[in-house]
Write a protein that binds this ligand. Structure first.
Ligand code: SF4
Ligand code: SF4
Length: 459
């Protein structure tokens, strides 16, 4: 981290670090920030510092500039044209944030930190080459074009399923790769299913009498790597009397693009999804990935100034439900097949902090006969995955992962339940780093097992 001398924030008792205080005042980016961020949101921060101990980057780095309060202060400086958003220190502190929103949950003043940091990223370019390449180039091209994403997913599944990955890993041939690429390869989670990806049918019938008509958002990473979980989601919904619609024109939700500052692409993707689900007369639009759900629920805000889409986007957003949120709110068909596993639950940041969903996944897990749920310490602290953060800030990410693995292993659980693909991949990587055999589940994977008679937990 290029963090240097501290400076005192006028009128307050804390210090902000970095060169930002000496930077040339800038107005160009301030004007862009005025267009997308209401100053009221910045003023809501009263600098009390009650969020600091909940902030993973502050806990790891110990710098005010890498705390929620410090970042809000710097963003306000940009808003007022006192520093430039092009300042390298500003950009570094803004992109060092995990966007985990733990500060948002902790803040007694109700500061909407997520909206603030994403607006700041929309005007500040990332610094590191990997952030630019992965964040802007790959997310802004491959993820928005289904054929390209399918080709990339197929390549990955072939790499794993043909045994090439195992051979290269064992033979040591991967040592020729540059260190960053080697780390990225080591993080690759084993894709579920076979070579062909599972695609949700356009319409899946309810099992038994129809109780609800729901839409299902397949996601971008989920169908490529977690096709079994997507299939389990549809089966669990059908078992609860849902007709499930999965329109083929839907696509990536735009969450990763939002988190990396590519607001324009995120808006285009939001419009595509609003159109795809239009006119289906749905009771809810279901998503099983926490990071996506958080962004889908923000479509109303994202498109509030688009005269063609503002109203439909707000309606779409109000209909979005995380699968655990939906199932916990209906009269759940009781699962009857015992699933004898001892699991611990990792709260995904964008479920617990982004959407305020904490009890619902636990309620569903406790409904499964034979399943033992043991709580880990700090289950709602980020595991270090955070979108592409584990690629762009590997040192901090691994430090958070190692702390998380200590807490997981202290429970004696043999499996971890995580409601987001990023967390699942990160925790699987953490288990491989420790050389421990831990199973990774989504809540719906376990519910699906409990709805199938004579089912045995696979090893
Ligand atoms: S974000 Fe909230 S908790 Fe943190 S310093 Fe500002 S007002 Fe206090
Ligand atoms: S979003 Fe997370 S990492 Fe960023 S300031 Fe808030 S608590 Fe810290």
């Amino acid at each position: 981290m290029a963090v240097s001398k501290g400076f005192r924030v006028p009128g307050s008792a804390f210090r902000v670090f970095g060169r930002a205080a000496n930077a040339e005042p800038g107005t160009r980016n301030a004007e862009r920030l005025h267009d997308i961020l209401d100053k009221k949101l910045l003023k809501e921060c009263v600098h009390c510092g009650l969020c600091l101990d909940y902030c993973p980057t502050y806990r790891v780095l110990g710098h005010e500039a890498d705390s929620p309060r410090g970042r809000i202060y710097q963003i306000r400086q940009v808003y007022e044209g006192k520093i430039s958003a092009d300042d390298p220190d500003f950009r570094e502190h803004i992109y060092c944030c995990l966007d985990c929103r733990a500060c948002q949950t902790a803040c007694p003043s109700g500061v909407q930190y997520g909206a603030i940091i994403e607006a700041a990223r929309a005007i500040a370019e990332p610094i590191s080459p990997s952030e630019k390449t992965v964040g802007r180039a790959i997310l802004g091209t491959v993820f928005i074009r289904k054929p390209l994403l399918d080709a990339a997913g197929l390549g990955l599944r072939l790499y794993q399923r043909t045994g090439l990955q195992g051979f290269l890993r064992k033979s040591g041939a991967l040592r020729v790769l540059p260190p960053r690429l080697r780390e990225m390869e080591a993080m690759l989670a084993p894709a579920q299913g076979g070579i062909r990806r599972w695609a949700a049918p356009q319409v899946s019938p309810a099992r038994g009498p129809v109780r609800y008509r729901v839409g299902f958002i397949e996601g971008c990473i989920m169908p490529q790597l977690f096709g079994d979980t997507n299939a389990a989601t549809v089966r669990v919904l059908a078992a609860n009397g849902c007709v499930v619609f999965s329109p083929p024109k839907q696509g990536c939700c735009g969450a990763l693009q939002m988190h990396t500052g590519d607001r324009q692409t995120a808006r285009d993707l939001a419009r595509r999804n609003v159109d795809a689900f239009d006119g289906l007369g749905l009771d809810a639009i279901i998503i099983n990935a926490a990071g996506c759900g958080s962004t889908l629920k923000e479509y109303g805000h994202l498109l509030h100034d688009d005269p063609t889409y503002a109203e439909r986007a707000a309606e779409f957003a109000s209909n979005v439900k995380d699968v655990s949120e939906f199932l916990a709110a209906i009269d759940l068909v009781p699962p009857t097949t015992p699933v004898p596993v001892k699991v611990t639950y990792q709260d995904a940041c964008h479920l617990v902090h982004g959407q305020g969903i904490r009890n619902q996944p636990r309620q569903l897990l406790r409904a499964i006969p034979g399943l033992e749920l043991v709580e880990m310490k700090e289950s709602d602290v980020c595991c270090g995955s955070a979108g592409i953060y584990n690629l762009t800030h590997p040192a901090i990410s691994v430090e958070l992962l190692e702390q998380k693995m200590d807490h997981v292993l202290a429970t004696g659980a043999t499996g971890i339940v995580a409601p987001n693909p990023g967390c699942t991949m990160q925790l699987a990587y953490g288990a491989r780093r420790r050389g421990v055999d831990l199973q990774l589940f989504h809540v719906v994977d376990l519910l699906d097992m409990a709805y199938r008679s004579g089912f045995r937990v696979p090893r």
